[in-house]
Design a protein around this ligand. Structure first.
Ligand code: HAM
Length: 417
Protein backbone atom coordinates (compact mmCIF):
# COMPACT_ATOMS: atom_id res chain seq x y z
CA UNK A 1 0.00 0.00 0.00
CA UNK A 2 1.31 3.43 -0.92
CA UNK A 3 1.81 5.84 1.95
CA UNK A 4 2.69 9.52 1.61
CA UNK A 5 4.67 10.70 4.60
CA UNK A 6 4.48 14.21 6.00
CA UNK A 7 7.04 16.19 7.93
CA UNK A 8 6.87 15.76 11.69
CA UNK A 9 4.98 18.53 13.54
CA UNK A 10 7.31 21.39 14.44
CA UNK A 11 9.88 20.50 11.74
CA UNK A 12 10.16 22.37 8.46
CA UNK A 13 11.52 21.84 4.97
CA UNK A 14 13.78 24.76 4.19
CA UNK A 15 13.20 25.25 0.50
CA UNK A 16 15.76 26.74 -1.92
CA UNK A 17 14.66 30.37 -1.79
CA UNK A 18 14.42 30.40 2.00
CA UNK A 19 17.69 28.56 2.33
CA UNK A 20 19.42 31.56 0.74
CA UNK A 21 18.20 33.63 3.69
CA UNK A 22 19.36 31.00 6.20
CA UNK A 23 22.80 30.99 4.58
CA UNK A 24 22.89 34.78 4.61
CA UNK A 25 22.05 34.93 8.33
CA UNK A 26 24.47 32.15 9.28
CA UNK A 27 27.28 33.43 7.08
CA UNK A 28 26.95 36.98 8.38
CA UNK A 29 27.08 35.73 11.97
CA UNK A 30 30.01 33.42 11.21
CA UNK A 31 32.04 36.11 9.43
CA UNK A 32 31.49 38.69 12.15
CA UNK A 33 32.20 36.23 14.96
CA UNK A 34 35.44 35.16 13.26
CA UNK A 35 36.51 38.79 12.98
CA UNK A 36 36.31 38.89 16.76
CA UNK A 37 38.47 35.77 17.09
CA UNK A 38 35.78 33.11 17.57
CA UNK A 39 36.89 29.78 16.09
CA UNK A 40 34.23 27.65 14.52
CA UNK A 41 33.48 24.17 15.85
CA UNK A 42 30.91 21.57 14.89
CA UNK A 43 29.64 19.32 17.65
CA UNK A 44 27.37 16.26 17.90
CA UNK A 45 23.64 16.82 17.69
CA UNK A 46 23.08 14.26 20.47
CA UNK A 47 24.86 13.89 23.77
CA UNK A 48 24.36 12.04 27.03
CA UNK A 49 21.08 13.36 28.43
CA UNK A 50 22.85 13.94 31.75
CA UNK A 51 24.91 16.75 30.23
CA UNK A 52 21.83 18.90 29.70
CA UNK A 53 20.12 17.82 32.92
CA UNK A 54 23.25 18.92 34.77
CA UNK A 55 24.12 22.04 32.74
CA UNK A 56 20.89 23.53 31.39
CA UNK A 57 19.22 22.64 34.69
CA UNK A 58 16.98 19.86 35.95
CA UNK A 59 14.04 22.17 36.71
CA UNK A 60 14.15 24.24 33.52
CA UNK A 61 11.32 23.86 31.02
CA UNK A 62 13.88 22.82 28.43
CA UNK A 63 14.96 19.78 30.45
CA UNK A 64 11.70 19.02 32.26
CA UNK A 65 9.33 19.26 29.32
CA UNK A 66 11.08 19.88 26.04
CA UNK A 67 13.99 17.52 25.68
CA UNK A 68 13.94 14.76 23.07
CA UNK A 69 15.45 11.88 25.01
CA UNK A 70 15.91 8.31 23.89
CA UNK A 71 17.76 5.15 24.75
CA UNK A 72 20.18 3.74 22.20
CA UNK A 73 20.62 0.03 21.58
CA UNK A 74 23.04 -0.19 24.52
CA UNK A 75 20.47 1.43 26.85
CA UNK A 76 22.41 4.70 27.07
CA UNK A 77 20.14 7.63 27.91
CA UNK A 78 20.78 10.22 25.18
CA UNK A 79 19.22 13.53 24.18
CA UNK A 80 19.01 15.56 21.00
CA UNK A 81 20.70 18.81 21.97
CA UNK A 82 18.17 21.46 23.00
CA UNK A 83 20.89 24.15 22.93
CA UNK A 84 24.57 24.49 22.05
CA UNK A 85 26.25 25.80 25.20
CA UNK A 86 26.57 22.57 27.27
CA UNK A 87 28.10 20.74 24.29
CA UNK A 88 30.68 23.47 23.78
CA UNK A 89 31.64 23.27 27.46
CA UNK A 90 31.89 19.47 27.28
CA UNK A 91 34.04 19.62 24.12
CA UNK A 92 36.24 22.32 25.64
CA UNK A 93 36.99 20.14 28.64
CA UNK A 94 37.14 16.80 26.79
CA UNK A 95 39.58 18.11 24.16
CA UNK A 96 41.59 20.13 26.71
CA UNK A 97 41.03 23.30 24.69
CA UNK A 98 41.55 25.23 27.91
CA UNK A 99 45.31 25.33 27.32
CA UNK A 100 44.87 28.30 24.98
CA UNK A 101 45.92 31.44 26.79
CA UNK A 102 44.42 33.77 27.93
CA UNK A 103 40.94 33.14 26.55
CA UNK A 104 39.13 30.68 24.28
CA UNK A 105 36.41 31.71 21.85
CA UNK A 106 34.19 29.37 19.86
CA UNK A 107 31.33 29.77 17.44
CA UNK A 108 28.94 27.22 15.96
CA UNK A 109 25.90 26.82 13.75
CA UNK A 110 23.48 23.94 13.69
CA UNK A 111 20.11 22.43 14.52
CA UNK A 112 18.70 22.29 18.06
CA UNK A 113 15.64 20.35 19.22
CA UNK A 114 12.96 21.24 21.75
CA UNK A 115 9.55 19.66 22.18
CA UNK A 116 7.71 22.99 22.37
CA UNK A 117 4.21 23.80 21.19
CA UNK A 118 4.88 24.87 17.60
CA UNK A 119 3.50 28.29 16.77
CA UNK A 120 4.83 31.50 15.28
CA UNK A 121 8.57 31.42 15.69
CA UNK A 122 8.56 28.31 17.88
CA UNK A 123 9.78 25.13 16.26
CA UNK A 124 10.75 21.68 17.41
CA UNK A 125 13.79 21.63 15.18
CA UNK A 126 15.37 25.05 14.83
CA UNK A 127 18.76 26.51 14.04
CA UNK A 128 21.12 28.55 16.14
CA UNK A 129 24.34 30.39 15.35
CA UNK A 130 26.04 30.88 18.66
CA UNK A 131 29.30 31.96 20.21
CA UNK A 132 30.90 31.28 23.56
CA UNK A 133 33.71 33.29 25.17
CA UNK A 134 35.64 31.53 27.97
CA UNK A 135 38.15 33.03 30.37
CA UNK A 136 37.27 36.72 30.68
CA UNK A 137 35.43 37.77 33.85
CA UNK A 138 35.45 41.49 32.94
CA UNK A 139 32.31 43.19 31.61
CA UNK A 140 34.25 44.04 28.42
CA UNK A 141 33.52 40.44 27.38
CA UNK A 142 29.77 40.85 27.97
CA UNK A 143 29.87 44.20 26.15
CA UNK A 144 31.80 42.69 23.24
CA UNK A 145 29.10 40.06 22.77
CA UNK A 146 26.21 42.51 22.95
CA UNK A 147 28.04 44.74 20.48
CA UNK A 148 28.70 41.77 18.21
CA UNK A 149 25.02 40.80 18.34
CA UNK A 150 24.05 44.37 17.47
CA UNK A 151 26.56 44.47 14.60
CA UNK A 152 25.32 41.19 13.13
CA UNK A 153 21.76 42.49 12.94
CA UNK A 154 22.90 45.86 11.56
CA UNK A 155 24.90 44.05 8.93
CA UNK A 156 21.83 41.96 8.03
CA UNK A 157 19.93 45.22 7.54
CA UNK A 158 17.48 44.49 10.37
CA UNK A 159 16.64 47.79 11.98
CA UNK A 160 14.71 48.54 15.16
CA UNK A 161 16.60 45.98 17.24
CA UNK A 162 15.51 46.13 20.88
CA UNK A 163 18.26 44.96 23.21
CA UNK A 164 17.22 44.26 26.79
CA UNK A 165 19.73 43.46 29.49
CA UNK A 166 19.59 42.52 33.15
CA UNK A 167 21.80 41.09 35.86
CA UNK A 168 20.67 38.06 37.82
CA UNK A 169 23.73 38.18 40.07
CA UNK A 170 25.79 35.38 41.53
CA UNK A 171 24.64 32.54 43.82
CA UNK A 172 25.20 34.86 46.79
CA UNK A 173 22.83 37.56 45.48
CA UNK A 174 20.35 34.88 44.57
CA UNK A 175 20.29 33.48 48.10
CA UNK A 176 19.32 36.96 49.36
CA UNK A 177 16.70 37.42 46.69
CA UNK A 178 15.19 33.95 47.05
CA UNK A 179 13.42 34.76 50.33
CA UNK A 180 11.87 37.96 48.85
CA UNK A 181 10.70 36.06 45.78
CA UNK A 182 9.34 33.17 47.83
CA UNK A 183 7.31 35.54 49.99
CA UNK A 184 5.86 37.13 46.86
CA UNK A 185 5.08 33.80 45.17
CA UNK A 186 3.47 32.38 48.29
CA UNK A 187 1.24 35.41 48.75
CA UNK A 188 0.13 35.24 45.09
CA UNK A 189 -0.14 31.46 44.84
CA UNK A 190 -3.77 31.40 43.75
CA UNK A 191 -3.11 33.66 40.76
CA UNK A 192 -0.27 31.53 39.44
CA UNK A 193 -0.37 28.52 37.12
CA UNK A 194 0.12 24.97 38.38
CA UNK A 195 3.71 24.88 37.10
CA UNK A 196 4.61 28.06 38.99
CA UNK A 197 3.15 26.55 42.14
CA UNK A 198 5.51 23.59 41.79
CA UNK A 199 8.36 25.96 40.99
CA UNK A 200 7.86 27.61 44.39
CA UNK A 201 9.12 24.37 45.92
CA UNK A 202 11.72 23.41 43.35
CA UNK A 203 13.28 26.51 41.77
CA UNK A 204 11.43 29.78 42.44
CA UNK A 205 13.54 31.87 40.03
CA UNK A 206 12.27 29.71 37.14
CA UNK A 207 8.76 31.03 37.81
CA UNK A 208 9.80 34.44 36.48
CA UNK A 209 10.44 32.88 33.09
CA UNK A 210 7.06 31.10 32.94
CA UNK A 211 5.51 31.28 29.48
CA UNK A 212 2.03 31.69 31.04
CA UNK A 213 2.66 33.90 34.05
CA UNK A 214 5.54 36.10 32.82
CA UNK A 215 3.29 39.12 32.24
CA UNK A 216 1.61 38.73 35.65
CA UNK A 217 4.90 39.22 37.49
CA UNK A 218 5.37 42.60 35.85
CA UNK A 219 1.76 43.63 36.61
CA UNK A 220 1.96 42.40 40.20
CA UNK A 221 5.25 44.22 40.75
CA UNK A 222 7.18 41.10 41.69
CA UNK A 223 10.48 41.85 43.45
CA UNK A 224 13.36 41.99 40.97
CA UNK A 225 16.77 40.42 41.46
CA UNK A 226 18.66 43.42 40.06
CA UNK A 227 17.72 45.28 43.26
CA UNK A 228 19.26 42.52 45.41
CA UNK A 229 22.70 42.37 43.79
CA UNK A 230 25.87 42.16 45.88
CA UNK A 231 28.40 44.96 45.45
CA UNK A 232 30.55 42.97 43.02
CA UNK A 233 27.63 42.04 40.73
CA UNK A 234 26.16 45.55 40.90
CA UNK A 235 29.56 47.00 39.93
CA UNK A 236 29.86 44.52 37.06
CA UNK A 237 26.41 45.46 35.75
CA UNK A 238 27.08 49.20 36.05
CA UNK A 239 30.40 48.82 34.20
CA UNK A 240 28.69 46.86 31.42
CA UNK A 241 26.09 49.58 30.97
CA UNK A 242 28.74 52.25 30.84
CA UNK A 243 30.70 50.30 28.18
CA UNK A 244 27.57 49.87 26.07
CA UNK A 245 26.79 53.58 26.36
CA UNK A 246 30.37 54.34 25.38
CA UNK A 247 29.99 52.14 22.29
CA UNK A 248 26.62 53.77 21.53
CA UNK A 249 24.76 50.46 21.56
CA UNK A 250 21.11 51.19 22.31
CA UNK A 251 19.79 49.03 25.16
CA UNK A 252 17.27 49.07 27.97
CA UNK A 253 17.42 47.40 31.36
CA UNK A 254 14.53 44.97 31.79
CA UNK A 255 14.62 43.73 35.40
CA UNK A 256 12.21 40.90 34.57
CA UNK A 257 14.51 39.06 32.18
CA UNK A 258 15.88 36.01 33.99
CA UNK A 259 16.22 33.56 31.03
CA UNK A 260 15.04 29.98 31.02
CA UNK A 261 18.36 28.27 31.67
CA UNK A 262 19.86 27.65 35.09
CA UNK A 263 23.51 28.34 34.39
CA UNK A 264 23.39 32.11 34.05
CA UNK A 265 25.16 34.42 36.48
CA UNK A 266 25.30 38.22 36.33
CA UNK A 267 24.55 39.49 32.80
CA UNK A 268 21.60 38.19 30.78
CA UNK A 269 20.37 39.74 27.54
CA UNK A 270 17.88 39.30 24.74
CA UNK A 271 17.27 40.98 21.40
CA UNK A 272 13.98 41.28 19.57
CA UNK A 273 12.19 43.69 17.25
CA UNK A 274 8.80 45.25 18.00
CA UNK A 275 6.24 42.48 18.31
CA UNK A 276 8.66 39.56 17.84
CA UNK A 277 9.83 36.83 20.21
CA UNK A 278 13.49 36.92 21.23
CA UNK A 279 15.59 36.50 18.09
CA UNK A 280 18.90 36.26 19.89
CA UNK A 281 19.75 35.73 23.54
CA UNK A 282 22.54 34.94 25.92
CA UNK A 283 24.37 35.80 29.07
CA UNK A 284 27.21 35.09 31.44
CA UNK A 285 27.63 31.69 33.04
CA UNK A 286 30.65 31.81 35.31
CA UNK A 287 29.80 28.61 37.19
CA UNK A 288 29.13 26.17 34.37
CA UNK A 289 32.63 25.06 33.39
CA UNK A 290 33.44 24.19 36.99
CA UNK A 291 30.10 22.43 37.36
CA UNK A 292 31.00 20.34 34.31
CA UNK A 293 34.26 19.24 35.93
CA UNK A 294 36.68 21.95 34.79
CA UNK A 295 38.62 24.69 36.52
CA UNK A 296 36.69 27.73 37.63
CA UNK A 297 36.42 29.66 34.33
CA UNK A 298 34.26 32.68 33.62
CA UNK A 299 32.18 32.43 30.45
CA UNK A 300 29.68 34.39 28.43
CA UNK A 301 27.89 33.72 25.16
CA UNK A 302 24.79 34.07 23.05
CA UNK A 303 22.86 32.22 20.39
CA UNK A 304 21.06 33.77 17.47
CA UNK A 305 17.81 32.06 16.54
CA UNK A 306 18.40 31.65 12.82
CA UNK A 307 14.78 30.79 11.93
CA UNK A 308 13.40 33.83 13.73
CA UNK A 309 16.08 36.02 12.15
CA UNK A 310 15.13 34.63 8.75
CA UNK A 311 11.49 35.49 9.45
CA UNK A 312 12.58 39.12 9.68
CA UNK A 313 14.83 38.89 6.63
CA UNK A 314 12.01 37.32 4.64
CA UNK A 315 9.76 40.23 5.43
CA UNK A 316 12.27 42.76 4.13
CA UNK A 317 13.97 40.93 1.27
CA UNK A 318 12.62 40.97 -2.24
CA UNK A 319 12.44 37.39 -3.46
CA UNK A 320 15.67 36.37 -5.18
CA UNK A 321 15.37 36.20 -8.96
CA UNK A 322 14.03 32.72 -9.60
CA UNK A 323 15.61 32.45 -13.01
CA UNK A 324 19.25 32.37 -13.98
CA UNK A 325 20.45 35.09 -16.32
CA UNK A 326 21.38 32.68 -19.13
CA UNK A 327 19.13 30.08 -20.77
CA UNK A 328 20.66 27.63 -23.27
CA UNK A 329 18.52 26.55 -26.20
CA UNK A 330 19.80 23.89 -28.60
CA UNK A 331 18.96 21.81 -31.61
CA UNK A 332 18.48 18.17 -30.69
CA UNK A 333 21.66 16.67 -32.09
CA UNK A 334 24.26 14.61 -30.25
CA UNK A 335 27.30 16.82 -30.95
CA UNK A 336 25.30 19.98 -30.17
CA UNK A 337 24.06 18.50 -26.90
CA UNK A 338 27.66 17.73 -25.89
CA UNK A 339 28.84 21.19 -26.87
CA UNK A 340 25.99 22.83 -24.94
CA UNK A 341 26.62 20.62 -21.92
CA UNK A 342 30.28 21.74 -21.84
CA UNK A 343 29.29 25.34 -22.42
CA UNK A 344 26.85 25.22 -19.47
CA UNK A 345 29.61 23.77 -17.30
CA UNK A 346 32.05 26.48 -18.22
CA UNK A 347 29.47 29.23 -17.61
CA UNK A 348 28.66 27.84 -14.16
CA UNK A 349 32.39 27.43 -13.49
CA UNK A 350 32.71 31.14 -14.17
CA UNK A 351 29.96 32.07 -11.74
CA UNK A 352 27.32 32.68 -14.40
CA UNK A 353 23.99 31.12 -13.42
CA UNK A 354 22.65 28.99 -16.22
CA UNK A 355 19.59 26.92 -17.16
CA UNK A 356 19.59 24.11 -19.73
CA UNK A 357 20.27 22.47 -22.03
CA UNK A 358 17.01 20.47 -22.18
CA UNK A 359 17.57 18.12 -25.13
CA UNK A 360 14.37 16.14 -24.48
CA UNK A 361 12.33 19.20 -25.50
CA UNK A 362 11.89 20.36 -29.07
CA UNK A 363 13.74 23.46 -30.22
CA UNK A 364 10.47 25.38 -30.27
CA UNK A 365 9.50 24.23 -26.79
CA UNK A 366 12.91 25.32 -25.48
CA UNK A 367 12.45 28.75 -27.03
CA UNK A 368 9.05 29.03 -25.35
CA UNK A 369 10.63 28.05 -22.01
CA UNK A 370 13.35 30.65 -22.50
CA UNK A 371 10.68 33.27 -23.17
CA UNK A 372 8.63 32.44 -20.09
CA UNK A 373 11.62 31.88 -17.76
CA UNK A 374 12.43 35.57 -17.70
CA UNK A 375 16.18 34.99 -18.24
CA UNK A 376 18.21 37.95 -19.30
CA UNK A 377 19.93 36.19 -22.18
CA UNK A 378 19.29 33.13 -24.31
CA UNK A 379 22.20 31.32 -25.91
CA UNK A 380 21.20 29.45 -29.05
CA UNK A 381 23.30 26.59 -30.35
CA UNK A 382 22.45 24.99 -33.69
CA UNK A 383 24.28 23.41 -36.61
CA UNK A 384 25.53 26.79 -37.95
CA UNK A 385 26.85 27.91 -34.59
CA UNK A 386 28.68 24.61 -33.96
CA UNK A 387 30.28 24.69 -37.42
CA UNK A 388 31.55 28.22 -36.91
CA UNK A 389 32.57 27.74 -33.24
CA UNK A 390 30.14 30.45 -32.17
CA UNK A 391 26.89 30.92 -30.30
CA UNK A 392 23.88 33.17 -30.91
CA UNK A 393 23.33 35.51 -28.00
CA UNK A 394 19.82 36.87 -27.69
CA UNK A 395 19.10 39.75 -25.34
CA UNK A 396 15.61 38.88 -24.10
CA UNK A 397 14.71 42.40 -23.01
CA UNK A 398 16.03 44.28 -26.04
CA UNK A 399 15.12 41.42 -28.42
CA UNK A 400 18.46 41.97 -30.15
CA UNK A 401 20.64 39.12 -31.36
CA UNK A 402 24.37 38.80 -32.08
CA UNK A 403 26.82 36.07 -32.96
CA UNK A 404 29.64 35.64 -30.47
CA UNK A 405 32.66 33.34 -30.70
CA UNK A 406 32.40 30.60 -28.08
CA UNK A 407 35.78 31.53 -26.59
CA UNK A 408 34.53 35.12 -26.08
CA UNK A 409 31.11 34.31 -24.61
CA UNK A 410 32.13 34.33 -20.95
CA UNK A 411 33.73 37.77 -21.18
CA UNK A 412 30.79 39.05 -23.19
CA UNK A 413 28.28 37.78 -20.59
CA UNK A 414 30.36 39.00 -17.66
CA UNK A 415 30.42 42.47 -19.11
CA UNK A 416 26.67 42.42 -19.73
CA UNK A 417 25.08 40.09 -17.15
P1 HAM B 1 17.82 30.43 24.25
O1 HAM B 1 17.27 31.73 24.68
O2 HAM B 1 17.17 29.21 24.76
O3 HAM B 1 19.36 30.44 24.65
O4 HAM B 1 17.85 30.36 22.68
C1 HAM B 1 18.49 31.35 21.92
C2 HAM B 1 17.63 31.75 20.74
O5 HAM B 1 17.27 30.59 19.99
C3 HAM B 1 16.29 32.36 21.13
O6 HAM B 1 16.41 33.74 21.38
C4 HAM B 1 15.45 32.09 19.89
O7 HAM B 1 15.68 33.08 18.90
C5 HAM B 1 15.99 30.77 19.41
N1 HAM B 1 15.07 29.69 19.82
C6 HAM B 1 14.97 29.09 21.02
N2 HAM B 1 14.00 28.15 21.04
C7 HAM B 1 13.46 28.17 19.80
C8 HAM B 1 12.40 27.42 19.16
N3 HAM B 1 11.73 26.47 19.80
N4 HAM B 1 12.11 27.70 17.86
C9 HAM B 1 12.80 28.66 17.18
N5 HAM B 1 13.81 29.38 17.73
C10 HAM B 1 14.13 29.14 19.02
C11 HAM B 1 20.20 29.39 24.41
O8 HAM B 1 19.94 28.45 23.72
C12 HAM B 1 21.57 29.59 25.03
N6 HAM B 1 22.39 28.40 24.73
C13 HAM B 1 22.23 30.85 24.50
C14 HAM B 1 23.58 31.08 25.07
C15 HAM B 1 24.76 30.84 24.50
N7 HAM B 1 23.81 31.54 26.31
C16 HAM B 1 25.12 31.57 26.50
N8 HAM B 1 25.72 31.13 25.41
Amino acid sequence: MKHRYQRVRGTYDILPEDLLLYLKAEETARTMMKLRGYKEIRLPTFEEAGLFIHATGETTDIVEKEMYTFKDKKERQLALRPEGTPGVVRAYLENALNTAFPVSKFCYTGPMFRYERPQGGRRREFFQSGCEYFGNPHPVADAELILLMNDIYASLGISGLIIEINSIGCPECRANYRSQLLAFLNSNKTQLCADCNTRIEKNPLRALDCKLDREKFVNLNAPVISKALCADCAGHFAALQSLLQEAKVPFTVNPYIVRGLDYYTKTVFEAKVQGSDAICAGGRYDGLIKLAGGEETPAVGFAMGVDRTVNLLRAKTAPEAKTPPVFIVIQQEEKIIKNAFLLANSLAGNNIAVAGPYPDKSFKAQLRLADSAGSKYTLILGENEINSGSVTLKDMAGKTQETVKQEDIINRLKSGV
